[in-house]
Design a protein around this ligand. Sequence first.
Ligand code: TYM
Length: 327
Amino acid sequence: MSVVFSGIKPSGELTLGNYLGAMAQFLTYQEEEAYFCIVNQHAITVPQEAAELRQQTRRLAALYLASGLDPEKVTIFIQSEVPAHAQLAWIMTTLSQMGELERMTQYKEKAGGLNESIPAGLLTYPPFMAADILLYQADVVPVGDDQQQHLELTRTLAQRFNYRFGETFKLPVAAVAKETTRVMSLQDPLKKMSKSAEDSGTILLLDSPAVITKKIKRAVTDSENKLSYDPESKPGVSNLMAIYASISGLSYAEIEQKYADIPGYGQFKLDLAELVVGLLEPIQRRYGEIMAGDELDDMLTIGAQRASRVANKNLHQAEYAMGLSRR
Ligand code: TYM
């Protein structure tokens, strides 16, 4: 059985990108030893309003369940409730070099233009993420494409630790979705669909069917009016096709074939909207029930206990190896 770890930040509303890039993959690992974390300590690398963060944390826990994760099989927990994360994060920070942290693409994107006021947490976030993963001796980390560089750093830090202090950590690998490892904005298909850009280019998991349909109808395409998968010259259409392929299970060739005799993108977009609504509606219904019920707290308490047992054991091993213990 392999060990699987992944996390999502409870900042902003989740998007279809989060779902197709990460959560949908989570569901395929339920027979493994899997940990799915609500990484609230990562959310605070940029300022958060306390009441809002609390709400978003609860909403994300409900979405994990609503998407189909079974807490009897997998461990779902809140990062700040397992202090070993922050403890190993410090150790990983001390193993990191400024240069390698400054080279992280996400850091450069997020810090760009902030000058003096760059929060230090944006820089030291990747070693914290490494700690999340290494704490469970994870083999596999299902993530979207934008996290692959952080996974590389995780491996580098694990290797560095093992080299300096003796074999301690396993080297994890990233698992990425086939078509949807990088879902792009429907309005600007050269940019990633993201929770921070809440415009009509982003489909939110909790958008109503009418809103989803409107956003897809308005999605940027091209004037060729012929459906074919070609991310270089047809990024808008190719992004829609990737979403279509991922939900329907059809290949790009099969989709092209299906619409070969239908000119324009209208029918294709309507069918895609139907697929997305069909995917999200049951999740939204369960989400409503879970938020109204009282199962979340017990699940999160049990999740934190289970995660702590494994995390503390591995943390203590690392501390022992580096001499951070009396014996
Ligand atoms: P976060 O919260 O930004 O995103 C959660 C997951 O969603 C994926 N994702 C996407 N996938 C495809 N297309 C998109 N447009 C898209 N947008 C987001 C992300 O790649 C991610 O898998 N650093 C992480 C959270 C984290 C973590 C971890 C992940 C903290 N510790 C340990 C794995 C293991 C993050 O900010 O994800």
